[in-house]
Design a protein around this ligand. Sequence first.
Ligand SMILES: CC(C)(COP(=O)(O)OP(=O)(O)OC[C@H]1O[C@@H](n2cnc3c(N)ncnc32)[C@H](O)[C@@H]1OP(=O)(O)O)[C@@H](O)C(=O)NCCC(=O)NCCS
Length: 437
Amino acid sequence: MSENKKSDKKSNGWFWSKKKETKNVQSTKKSSIWEGATLFAETRPKITMERYRNPTEVQMSQMVQPCHTNHRGELSTGQLLKWIDTAACLSAERHAGCPCVTASVDDIYFEHTISVGQVVSIKAKVNRAFNTSMEVGVQVSCEDICKDEQWIVCKAYATFVTQGKSTKIKLKPLDPQTEEEKTEYSIAAERRRMRLAHTDTIKNLLTRSHVNDDLQNRECNVIVPAEKTRVESVELILPPHANHQGNTFGGQIMEWMENVATIAASRLCNAYPTLKSIEMFHFRGPSQIGDRLVFKAIVNNTFKNSMEVGVCVKAYQHEMEVSERHINSAFMIFVVLNKDNQPHTLPVLKPEPGDGERRFKEASARQKIRLDRKYVVSCKYNEVPLSVPWDQSNKVYLSYNNVTALKTLVAKANWVLASERDKDVHSGRGQVSLCPN
Ligand SMILES: CC(C)(COP(=O)(O)OP(=O)(O)OC[C@H]1O[C@@H](n2cnc3c(N)ncnc32)[C@H](O)[C@@H]1OP(=O)(O)O)[C@@H](O)C(=O)NCCC(=O)NCCS
């Protein structure tokens, strides 16, 4: 963790350079108090006031208080999700100029925990507007004021949709200015394609292996029936749970979902688990004040050191109503850490027949996607060649890999497009150069 922190601190992104600017101003002001106003005018550093700022950018800073923490004294993920949703919504509405609702939040990987007294900074900006929907990119960083250290905690991509009273409101296009904005703008289209195809992706990836084969391959011989981890909880939507449009606040729903998922995970291992990542919140339909929300959570599958918990949210209007609306679903990955922050080996889950076995297999498919992304990002390509033969059944799976690989390339300096390189060769301007340049 400290290694990561160091490298984040070295990062020369504009987020960190802003902090340096602030520091300069403070130290100069100090000397001006002692040495007089003239000296202040002479030595004052030239602050570039015209620093470009994305017009949709929204920043939020929060000092973590005990009321925001979980049983481990760390910032609870549910609280963080509320802050992320608020900042992202304000950014979306700044671009749209009208009320917007959260349609989905993509996978979030939590790299670090956050403690009481530390400052959380959330920065949100619109990456791209489509028709009625737009992607908002969110970066969460944490600051330890006493140690003067900052590090990135997670990044998230949320999709917001405009809310017209009777008609759909079409968004104006976004005009990216900086290189970073242009990159995000391009990749946003690819991320949109993947999130809209998410359900089909999982269907395509469903492992053909039988559940019993999966169970036999596990080293741990403690078996826990999935039924033991089942959780159900109901919430009545009251005015404090609504957002500024009168709908249930999306961040609040995500917080409740995280709460029931944590209980399910605790039941599996009889310990306090830590949330490592969330696989896509999908807000399927709205709910309002007076609605009852029923949250159901169960552990879908366990792997060596992690487990997947599935959470489903349904709504009904009053106690006499029998039909329920599906409001949201998400999958959360938990680990159980010992005192040295090392993950415990988890028991094997025995799924219930029928739906339980389906969820068990789907969880394995999702884990494959996660491991594969991790492998691509880790750049250990020479250990195993990164080549998977294409066929109709794995095209969506391959596109996940390709996008991640493209992101890695984009992050590297001195790359040229092969077409640009060839142009130089044909026009006799350049020499034959390999990519990277
Ligand atoms: C989000 C919502 C409006 C979409 O409704 P819908 O009937 O699926 O609407 P459409 O099919 O016309 O799609 C509208 C846009 O949403 C996008 N969308 C739909 N599902 C999506 C998903 N899972 N992820 C990302 N975008 C999605 C579509 O791509 C489309 O974008 P486009 O207009 O830019 O092409 C609807 O599902 C909803 O009201 N959800 C609940 C929102 C909510 O209450 N959030 C929490 C409180 S803010």
